[in-house]
Design a protein around this ligand. Structure first.
Ligand code: NAD
Ligand code: DAU
Length: 329
């Protein structure tokens, strides 16, 4: 198996999970080690994998790696909305061009591909009313990040239809868990409290996200690899919808701080109001169920992980906060 982006948050957790589930698996990680990639994320699996430091846009490198595997799982991406608003170029390059390079190699060598994507490609849902994205929802991305992920999804779908590439896709809601970069919402707030800063809430904090533990996401990907129907898309979401404000309050409570001990900061432009996935298809067809169904349990475990691993997040923290300070958030 070739895993692109396997030194990032979800990819590294996937590598851990896949090796635990399949003791005989031979696995290669291809990762460019951008600011978001970290070799330490794979320290525990050290000699069980082959690590290749390289870019998914490097056609010759990717061709050789794809030739030598059976299955490709594609996580590599620029993944942060705020960064995409500041500088979309790496997003176009990695998310669109990188996926194109990979697809061409997969086509040449007739390999199985799973493309990992996001529910952000569907845009925003109304705050109230209980509507959810489905596999049929029209694409309507709001940010440069989600537009480039939408483009990559469309490339995968077209390569499947035009060239018979054996691909599946999944679109998952917000993930949380160990090894998530401190630029993202939950690790940012947890580590802020741990260093004595106040959490930072964008705008009113009424925006709603659906939170899925990274292990549940990765279990879904493993199920799709085993039994998913080629050419199909599967939506993945735990059903745990929380407003950002409620989640900041819960984080503060779990860390023993008063619930109003946060700062409101200027809102993100084009800030999607609400995400929610109807994951009925993957539940019915593949029997997927989230194990971390209760977000407070998963959040408490995640807080424990950050509390115990300052060596991991400490070095990223000051630079990340400096980037936020530069944009007033
Ligand atoms: P991340 O930013 O933590 O990790 C991305 C990884 O890709 C890093 O290791 C980075 O070094 C690597 N990478 C970046 N550019 C590369 C390139 N040109 N060549 C090779 N490697 C490169 O991201 P994540 O949160 O782990 O997300 C992984 C995937 O899951 C992405 O495709 C993202 O769109 C998708 N996704 C994320 C979430 C979420 O909540 N984080 C939810 C749904 C889907
Ligand atoms: O839905 C899936 C997507 O979830 C993934 O595709 C993305 O890769 C991932 O980053 C995430 O996107 P979001 O934009 O939803 O996540 P982020 O962690 O940046 O923010 C979550 C919510 O919290 C969002 O409404 C913005 C808000 N926010 C974020 C930060 C960093 C704050 O209120 N304060 C903050 O400091």
């Amino acid at each position: 198996m070739l895993v692109t982006g396997g030194a990032g948050f979800i990819g590294a957790n996937f590598v851990h999970r896949a090796l635990a589930a399949r003791p005989d698996l031979r696995l290669t990680v291809l990762d460019a080690l951008t600011y978001a990639g970290n070799r330490d994320n794979l320290a525990e699996v050290g000699d069980r994998i082959t690590f290749v430091h390289g870019d998914v846009r490097d056609g010759d490198l990717v061709d050789g790696l794809v030739r030598d595997c059976d299955t490709v799982v594609h996580f590599a991406a620029e993944s942060h909305v705020d960064n995409s608003l500041q500088d979309p170029i790496p997003f176009l390059r990695t998310n669109i061009e990188g996926t194109f390079v990979l697809l061409e190699a997969v086509r040449r060598h007739d390999r199985r591909l799973h493309h990992v994507s996001t529910d952000e490609v569907f845009g925003s849902l109304p705050l109230h009313g209980g509507e959810a994205f489905t596999e049929e929802t029209r694409y309507d991305p709001s940010s440069p990040y989600s537009a480039t992920k939408a483009a990559s999804d469309l490339l995968v779908r077209a390569w499947a239809r035009s060239y018979g590439v054996r691909a599946t896709l999944s679109n998952c809601a917000n993930n949380y868990g160990p090894y998530q970069n401190v630029e993202k919402f939950l690790p940012r707030q947890i580590t802020n409290v741990l260093i004595g800063r106040r959490p930072k809430l964008y705008g009113t904090g009424e925006n709603v996200r659906e939170w899925t533990h990274v292990d549940d996401h990765n279990d879904a990907v493993l199920l799709i690899l085993d039994a998913g129907r080629v050419g199909e898309t599967y939506l993945i979401g735990s059903g745990a919808e929380w407003s950002n404000r409620a989640l900041v309050e819960l984080t503060l409570t779990l860390l023993g701080r008063p619930v109003d001990d946060f700062d409101s900061v200027p809102d993100r432009p084009a800030h999607d109001l609400r995400y929610a996935c109807d994951s009925g298809k993957i539940r019915r067809e593949l029997g997927w169920r989230p194990r971390w169904a209760e977000l407070p349990d998963g959040l408490a475990a995640t807080i424990d992980w950050y509390r115990g691993n300052e060596w991991w997040w400490g070095p990223q923290k000051a630079e990340t906060e400096a980037r936020y300070a530069a944009i007033g958030r």
